[in-house]
Design a protein around this ligand. Structure first.
Ligand code: TYM
Length: 342
């Protein structure tokens, strides 16, 4: 009697990413990162964390940092990251991050770290606090990634350079000690990888800036979101026509990108939808689409924030699972570099 032998399903590929709780989550971090994570949660073995170790490279108010870290967890879950299917944890709860970060500091070169765009930007903005952590930030980030041996690192465009440096550091380490680290790939969304400020379409929408700089927060009240979109800067061309031209019409291109990301419509469909309409009609429609897209996320986040016991169970469980995986890599690294086993 011949029996059908069922092949075991191939193990899922692994994804890992994080966000600094240095400000409230913006529409930019949502479209560039979290939305992309949530859409793939079933296909991958996923690890997502709140990067609190990274957040303190810029001075934080302790109470705000604690609140934002928990809110961020609630928002991850509300955006569709089911804690049963995804490992959600707080970076500082998994001590292996700081440990591997230190080791990788010793395999990262001064020149490489000096060339990082984020370091240059942040040191210009925080001239009175250009601390060593701000400089070695990418080695810690390489540690965050390499501990979990992921296949893909889903990030927005601004983090691509750090993931590329992770390759360089991992290859350097593997070149000396053999194949210790898997080389991961950045995974950048096609639409929404770089959402720009609504008041300055040449600058990235950023969570650490204030509301006058044209950012929209995931938790903003619908009326505030509408106000932000109505006053969004469009372009000073005389055409007053909704057409995608990133070079010459960056404000309209940004609004089209946001509208496309929340509705799934292509740029061509959007252009057809708004034929004959000026920017004045286009802007509130984008605002309404964003409000409706964010409404369930906002409501669910608010509900979850009232259930602190549940959030605590999620991050404790997550840290335990993450630590188990991270420890395997860290032990291997300790052995390779020549530390005496405990
Ligand atoms: P952070 O906290 O600055 O941003 C979190 C994620 O959101 C994306 N993002 C955007 N995408 C599109 N448009 C925008 N305006 C926008 N603003 C932010 C970012 O690209 C990022 O994916 N260093 C990281 C956090 C980190 C990390 C890691 C990420 C620490 N360790 C390991 C991946 C893997 C950061 O500062 O992201």
């Amino acid at each position: 009697m011949s029996e059908m032998i069922q092949a075991a399903p191939a193990p899922k590929k692994r994804m890992l990413s994080g966000i600094k709780p240095s400000g409230d989550l913006t529409l930019g971090s949502y479209l560039g990162a979290v939305k992309n994570w949530a859409e793939r949660a079933d296909q991958f073995d996923c690890f997502y964390f709140m990067a609190d170790l990274h957040a303190i490279t810029v001075r934080q108010n302790p109470a705000d940092l604690r609140r934002r870290t928990l809110e961020q967890l609630a928002q991850y879950i509300a955006c569709g990251l089911d804690p049963e299917k995804n490992t959600l944890f707080i970076q500082s709860h998994v001590h292996q991050h700081a440990e591997l970060g230190w080791i990788l500091d010793c395999y990262s070169m001064f020149g490489e770290l000096s060339r990082m765009t984020q370091f240059k930007d942040k040191s210009a903005k925080n001239a009175d606090n250009i601390n060593a952590g701000l400089f070695t930030y990418p080695s810690l980030m390489a540690g965050d990634i390499l501990l979990y041996q992921p296949d893909l690192v889903p990030v927005g465009e601004d983090q691509k350079q750090h993931v590329e440096l992770t390759h360089v550091i991992a290859r350097r380490f593997n070149g000396i000690y053999g194949d210790v680290f898997k080389i991961p790939e950045p995974f950048i969304p096609k639409v929404g990888a770089r959402v720009m400020s609504l008041t300055n379409p040449l600058a990235k929408m950023s969570k650490s800036e204030n509301e006058d700089t044209g950012r929209v927060l995931l938790m903003d009240d619908p009326a505030v979101i509408m106000k932000q979109f109505k006053r969004a800067i469009t372009d000073s061309d005389t055409e007053n026509c909704v057409r995608y031209d990133k070079e010459n019409k960056p404000g309209v291109a940004n609004l089209m990108t946001i509208y496309s990301a929340v509705t799934g419509k292509t740029f061509e469909e959007i252009e057809n939808e708004f034929i004959g309409c000026g920017y004045g009609k286009f802007k509130p429609v984008v605002g309404e689409a964003v409000v409706e897209h964010l409404r369930p996320i906002r409501e669910e986040s608010m509900r979850l924030m009232k259930d602190k016991a549940y959030l605590e169970s999620v991050y404790r469980d997550g840290a335990q699972k993450a630590s188990y995986v991270a420890e395997k890599t860290l032990r291997k690294v300790y052995k390779k570099v020549g530390f005496v086993a405990r």
